[in-house]
Design a protein around this ligand. Sequence first.
Ligand SMILES: Cc1cc2nc3c(=O)[nH]c(=O)nc-3n(C[C@H](O)[C@H](O)[C@H](O)COP(=O)(O)O)c2cc1C
Length: 220
Amino acid sequence: MLMNTALSKSVESDREHIVIKPSMLYVGTPVVLVTSLNPDGTTNISPMSSAWTLFDRVVLGLTSTSKGRENAMRERQLVLNFPSPDLWQKIEAIAPTTGRDPVPPHKEKIGYRFESDKFDVAGFTPQAAELVGPLRIAECPIQFEAEVVASHEPGGEWPSDRPENFRIIEAKVVRVHAHRSIVMPGSSHIDTTRWSPLLYVFRHYFGLGPDLGRTFKAEA
Ligand SMILES: Cc1cc2nc3c(=O)[nH]c(=O)nc-3n(C[C@H](O)[C@H](O)[C@H](O)COP(=O)(O)O)c2cc1C
């Protein structure tokens, strides 16, 4: 039987791939520290990485038992604080914590504890936002103030034995703050030679490697 080149190449590459069943699918996304307002007016910090942006929108996946999801749905306001790689240990200091009291049983079982002041635990400096209620994190070089505009549950079947699902939250970015050291002077462009996100890759933290090149639409 005749095979076209693309198909014969694809058969060849099949020998290089094996089918796996990873416990998570975190191929690599920036860490975001989502700040949200607790009912008593204090600010909670939720480390997360299931976030992407398009135009002025950011879409977040937050688990149903997280305090961040509860606060975001009630107050409809958030700040997305983007840390640099040097901050990873501060983030790890608050990783096993939740602003939820009591701690949900499935989290307690794996060592999570309640913390009312994650700024203090991480050693982060609170900074007022301009258009929304939650505080910003001064150490994070990029910060988005945002308002929740839509949200929905995941589609399809959800395994009944899972202790929680998640909420897909769409927020409109209403103000962007960037540390002057990463902004090209006199412009609104981020200097990519000075900025690296902190990446979360299969539950390990990484910074960026070298610049490989630019896309045709790059501004600077
Ligand atoms: C680096 C990192 C990335 C995470 N990504 C997510 C995520 O994308 N969505 C999510 O709901 N939880 C994520 N988590 C887990 C939350 O941080 C965890 O549920 C935490 O208890 C949330 O805090 P809260 O309950 O005070 O909101 C992540 C944790 C870490 C350390």
